[in-house]
Design a protein. Structure first.
Length: 274
């Protein structure tokens, strides 16, 4: 995966994590021309440190500003364009992010990460086929990139092609067994295609491994409720409320987290006690 493309699951789960965008693209790690650190001024080094720190702290407004300052000094550095695009995606400035990724791709057409990141921005705009084309390009450049398989599954899910999405999520988990987001997407898609018990087994396994994983606890609450196990469902929901209250917002679950329709319907039944 070069630099790991997923935010650790125990952090607050935001849009970047779900889509598989790295918090910040490391210069060498994404196959982009590295900066010769021995010749870079102390001022630029400081800006780099601050930009990565702001990104890792999820202060994306400040991160965008810092990446912009760096671009004024190094406009031919494709990693900077890609990183600023990531900061803009996190603020839902998707069109501006597309411009940044296009410039990163122009400067480094054989670097996979700008395509991966642009695909995620295209997903945010509902441009599923274009996103899939970018993920296909990533896989041409790096056939074993689990984030590309996960993200392509997301775009295929956007098209309603759940069997193909399921296959891509499964392949992502085979390539990276600890890729919790891909495992979660695979579990949710199993439920969507009617493999309820397989979905439950995987969700339970993920909660055992990651007790603070609100996505799977919320999904278990929804599915266990529909399976007639209200006590267990409520127990998981208590944890969800303390970890991430966004799961009580069906619109967020449907349009931002983008759960499959069957799981959203199950959550709605749980929340309305129906």
């Amino acid at each position: 995966m070069r630099a790991i493309k997923v935010i650790p699951v125990l952090l607050l789960l935001g849009l970047l994590g779900w889509l598989g965008i790295p918090a910040a693209d490391a210069m060498e790690a994404q196959g982009l021309p590295p900066t010769n650190l021995q010749t870079v001024s102390a001022e630029i080094n400081q800006l780099f440190e601050e930009a990565f720190a702001a990104t890792n702290a999820a202060d994306f407004v400040r991160a965008e500003n810092l990446w912009s300052q760096l671009l004024e000094r190094q406009p031919d550095n494709p990693a900077l364009w890609s990183n600023r695009g990531n900061a803009r995606v996190s603020q839902h400035k998707l069109q501006q992010a597309l411009t940044d990724y296009a410039e990163a791709i122009r400067l480094a057409p054989n670097a996979p990460d700008p395509y991966l990141n642009r695909g995620a921005a295209l997903e945010g705009l509902g441009r599923w086929q274009e996103a899939i084309a970018d993920y296909d390009r990533v896989l041409q450049l790096d056939p074993n990139d689990p984030a590309a398989y996960n993200n392509r599954g997301n775009a295929e899910a956007g098209l309603g092609d759940w069997q193909q999405a399921l296959a891509d999520y499964r392949h992502a988990t085979e390539l990276a067994p600890d890729y919790a987001f891909a495992q979660a997407n695979y579990a949710l898609s199993l439920y969507q295609v009617g493999e309820t018990q397989s979905a439950l087994r995987l969700m339970r396994a993920l909660v055992r491994k990651y007790p603070k994983f609100p996505d799977m606890r919320a999904a278990l609450s929804a599915i266990l409720w529909t399976e007639g196990r209200p006590g267990e469902a409520e127990s998981h929901w208590v944890a969800v409320q303390g970890l991430d209250p966004r799961y009580a917002d069906l619109e967020w679950v449907r349009t931002v987290r983008r759960w499959p329709p069957a799981v959203v319907a199950a959550l709605e039944r749980f929340l309305t006690l129906s």
